[in-house]
Design a protein around this ligand. Structure first.
Ligand code: CP
Length: 324
């Protein structure tokens, strides 16, 4: 009989994390455990010897079938700080270009004694396919982390965003959070919305043009605004998103200049938010398209701190998956 993924493939019968595929379906206690564990890892980066032995002897394979700067690099740093052996598959030079299937690639890497796969893929669901395949092989000892699949999910980005918000704002209750821009194509927005709901944020506002907002059922529990000036008013956290033109079919906007005029975050627009609002962006940023340089480099921006926190979050996720 087919031994496919259980209803919640991320959690085993004892309630432990087995894969990190999405924030959807992740119990609130596990989300909080990841954030708390990441807090304990922050100080490792300040040590002279930036290493702990929690993944010593384990092999972590970074499989990035789509480009990345922040996620790939911080996963590598995180795994090395946990003392794992890290193998970065060079996809452009791999046998994928000769027609090898994703699952044949996985089978070969399993034969090389992989313990963990960190997967970014242009296709939504690719990390689930790998987790399902491992499950059918009876390899529950090998863990899969979704590092971004299509427009579906980017759970470690969602978690590091929550870590950042908690770091600056302490508590999610009472917070008004704006997510601005191309929400339709954004896996980050989907993961952030799920995480913010799990953590009890008071108000999640989705701000963007009608053509870049998802269908109604995707955005339950949120308030939608088509005007940035209206939506940003009194917000405590502003999360800006890039226009993901690589995922757009056809023109959804008149022009980048027009977009910036309506949805670009300038100092004048940011002044409408709460005076101590923080500005976040998952990166990569397009200056002059969704964000003005004066804001991106200004005192309210915590964008580079998000990157630093990403190392601690990824250490926490890998460490918990390895059973620590
Ligand atoms: N935030 C993020 O996923 O950035 P990269 O594409 O550089 O990994």
């Amino acid at each position: 009989m087919r031994n496919s993924l259980p209803p919640n493939p991320q959690i085993d019968a004892n309630g432990a994390l087995t894969h990190l595929l999405s924030i959807d379906g992740l119990p609130r206690e596990i989300v909080l455990n990841i954030l708390d564990t990441a807090s304990s890892f922050l100080e490792v980066s300040d040590r002279d010897v930036k290493k702990v032995p929690l993944l010593r002897g384990k092999s972590v394979f970074n499989l990035f079938f789509e480009n990345s700067t922040r996620t790939r690099t911080t996963f590598e740093i995180a795994a090395k700080r946990l003392s794992a052996d890290v193998i970065n598959l060079d996809v452009a030079r791999s046998s994928t270009s000769k027609g090898e299937t994703l699952l044949d690639t996985i089978d070969n890497l399993v034969s090389m004694h992989a313990d963990m796969f960190v997967v970014r893929h242009v296709s939504s669901g690719a990390p689930y396919l790998i987790a399902d395949h491992l499950n059918r092989l009876g390899r529950s000892d090998i863990h899969v982390i979704n590092a971004g699949d299509g427009r579906h999910a980017h759970p470690t980005q969602g978690l590091l965003d929550m870590f950042t918000i908690r770091h600056y704002k302490k508590d999610f209750s009472g917070l008004r959070i704006a997510i601005v821009g191309d929400i339709l194509h954004s896996r980050v927005a989907r993961s952030d919305i799920r995480a913010l709901s799990a953590l009890g944020a008071t108000e999640i506002r989705l701000i963007g043009p009608k053509t870049l907002l998802p269908a109604e059922m995707d955005i339950a529990g949120t308030r939608v605004f088509n005007s940035l000036r209206e939506g940003i008013r009194d917000c405590d956290v502003v999360i800006m998103l890039r226009l993901q033109s690589e995922r757009m079919n056809g023109a959804l906007l008149p022009s980048a200049r027009e977009y910036f005029n309506c949805y670009g975050l300038t100092p004048e627009v940011l002044a409408l938010a709460s005076p101590d609002a923080i500005v976040m962006h998952p990166g990569p940023m397009n200056r002059g398209v969704e964000i003005d340089s004066e804001v991106a480099d200004g005192p309210q921006a915590v964008i580079l701190n998000q990157v630093t926190f990403g190392i601690a979050i990824r250490m926490a996720v890998m460490s918990l998956l390895a059973g620590n």
